[in-house]
Design a protein. Sequence first.
Length: 348
Amino acid sequence: MRSLRSRLRPLLVTCAVVGAAVLCVPAALGLLGLLDWVSAVTLTLLGLFGGAVGALALGTLLLHRRVGALGREVRTVMDTHSRRVAETLGDDRLESVRAMEDLRDRLDGLREQALPRVSRELRHAITVQGRDDYEQQVAWTELRDHLDTAPFMPPLRGWAASPDVLRLLVRHIDRLRPELVVECGSGASSVWIGYALRRAGGGRLVAVEHDARYAELSRALVAAHGLDDIVQVRHAPLVETEPATVTVDGQERTTADRWYDASVFADLEDIGLVFVDGPPQATGLQARYPAVPVLLPRCTEDAVIVLDDAARPDEQAIGDRWLAEHPELHRTEEAAEKGAHVFSRKGA
Ligand SMILES: C[S@@+](CC[C@H](N)C(=O)[O-])C[C@H]1O[C@@H](n2cnc3c(N)ncnc32)[C@H](O)[C@@H]1O
């Protein structure tokens, strides 16, 4: 608006000067007598009319130019904004395209590397599982054939010992013909060991159980198989023991501070075979360690101690401690699903 006003100012001044001249000249001619008054007034009116028309035409022209300039400015601003919007949208689209390409590359990588690896690992795991299942099936069948069991036997594996470790126990029972077998942790295995002793023609099993409910269940199982004269399940709650400080993965840690109430073993002598399958690992670090210090003095010279779950680092550490503290012992690592380490006196 300011610019329009400044542009109109010279026009107005010009119009004023021309108008004054148009008014003054006929009047002056009239005064000098060169023009009659009617002609002077007519000339003045014509001059004023001509000036008004000229000023209007000039104003319209200026306005038209100004509107044209404004239109161009608006177009320029709109073009600039449109370009910026288009550039921004273009950048976003470019980003999306790059993200899609990145995703595609990662998917390609996954298809070419990770999937074959996972598939290989899966095939390997299935093969190992299949082999384990077959091994346990074979061991189960051999046990059934060898022991002349009842048709319905307590299932093995899972929380219970696996058929392969039971087959190992049966071989030692057949070889040693022990008078007394001690089992730490009762359950399905107590029944199977009972059958093994019956087939061997003698010997008895004392199965020690910390949990009163499972002691009752194990007793019922033994009774159902008519093995009460061979297998005795003793309930022995876990009581406080002196924990030790051991180093695990470079860190000092405290071992479990509970084990079976040792008074439960007080009357047991000449143990020929010990099966260490309890207390549960959840009791604490190296929970099964006390078995050897407590029971070895009560064992025969040729006794065998079988430690189940020896594939676990915790059980391996227990075995290491036994060997370090009892140099007369040696360890045989048997191939078994959960790992089985066999300890006996050297030369026995
Ligand atoms: C590692 S399991 C093995 C027990 C036994 N040696 C066997 O192989 O069947 C140790 C503990 O499992 C618990 N247990 C016994 N019978 C069980 C059952 N039917 N179901 C779940 N746990 C049981 C007992 O507390 C036992 O001390």
